[in-house]
Design a protein around this ligand. Structure first.
Ligand code: XMP
Length: 318
């Protein structure tokens, strides 16, 4: 969860729904800490999530679970093999009655995200809830890219707080931070592809991240572009030259220090249906200022801005 999220959600729902917060972090950490592969993390997360819910359902004698699974991206991407969204079960043949002891009700399963917001407006749901940016079921675990550790989760949690606060009033659809080890290898071949855009050097990170290419899942490299662009607007063109082969995300480096272990990526997108997404044209100085605040944590070596639309990237990294 993000910083103070359980308390914040409890406050938001006060007077709307009776709510009990269940702290199951030990079970989640036990299942996913140490895992590196994106789909493995997602599947283990899903198992713990529904096993915990199954225990709660038994405790209260519930036969039904109501959940907010929607069409795209949830079951459409899961069935399409792009990524396992945590809340898709029946659509991929999981019988919840035998496995978890409850049946499902999914009133929103045929709707798109913008249609869900329309229904919420018609029902009079408070706008703070309607306009909350989506947060994935597996939470920060899929933004702590590669091997999941408590330290990496902590870096993501702190950086996300900064990105959400500083980019919060720009009309974005989703904006957050992700982190992984700052370990790269140079790519002369990719560097040659961008010689016309400035004095640039392209490196590949060792971690892998998810993308969509030609409607299929791709789990490939993340490219980091360092150096001076002739003009800032070209940052938004970099992906055209670099998402070749198995490169799924392209990040432009904003700032770098002398020490530190982690790289933090600032991610921001504009989208209606979350099946495709654009990168907003943010001003370079704004991004550098956000990056500098993130760099005040001496465990962070460098910060960049992800300039890849969906497709060929996905919005999240895993
Ligand atoms: P991607 O990364 O697939 O994300 O482009 C599309 C939208 O889905 C959200 N997302 C999830 N939501 N459970 C969810 O409830 C999940 O497992 C999950 N994975 C991604 C993501 O934040 C974005 O809004």
């Amino acid at each position: 969860m993000r910083l103070n999220e359980p308390t914040h959600v409890k406050e938001l729902l006060k007077g709307i729904l009776p709510i009990e917060v269940v702290d199951a972090h030990e079970q989640f950490y036990g299942a996913v800490l140490g895992l590196s592969n994106a789909e493995e993390k997602r599947i283990r997360f899903r198992e713990v999530f529904y096993t915990v819910l199954s225990g709660i359902a038994k405790k209260y004698g519930c036969d039904w679970l109501v959940q907010g699974t929607i069409a795209p991206p949830d079951w459409i991407e899961t069935k399409g093999g792009i990524k396992t969204q945590h809340n898709v079960l029946e659509q991929i043949g999981i019988d919840t009655s035998t496995k978890y002891g409850f049946k499902l009700i999914e009133p929103l399963r045929e709707l798109y995200k913008d249609q869900v917001r329309e229904v919420a407006r018609a029902l009079g749901v408070p706008s703070e809830i309607i306009n909350r940016q989506p947060f994935p079921g597996p939470g920060l675990s899929i933004r702590a890219v590669g091997e999941l550790t408590l330290e990496k989760l902590d870096i993501v949690r702190r950086s996300t707080e900064i990105v959400e606060r500083r980019l919060g009033d720009m009309g974005l659809s989703q904006w957050f931070a992700a982190a992984w080890e700052y370990s790269t290898m140079p790519s002369d071949e990719l560097s040659r592809n961008v010689v016309n855009l400035g004095d640039l050097h392209v490196n590949l990170f060792k971690v892998r991240a998810t993308g969509v290419k030609g409607d299929s899942r791709s789990y490939g490299h993340v490219a980091l572009v360092k150096g001076r662009l002739t003009k800032w607007d070209d940052a938004y063109e970099l992906h055209r030259y670099l998402t070749i082969g198995d490169v799924t995300h392209v990040i432009y480096g904003l700032t770098e220090g002398d020490s530190g272990k982690y790289f933090v990526s600032i991610r921001a997108v504009l989208t209606e249906d979350f099946m495709t997404a654009d990168v907003p044209r943010l001003d370079r100085n704004t991004l550098v200022n956000v990056a500098r605040e993130i760099m005040s944590d001496n465990r962070i070596a460098a910060v960049g801005f992800d300039v890849t639309p969906k497709p060929p990237a996905t919005i999240e990294y895993e």
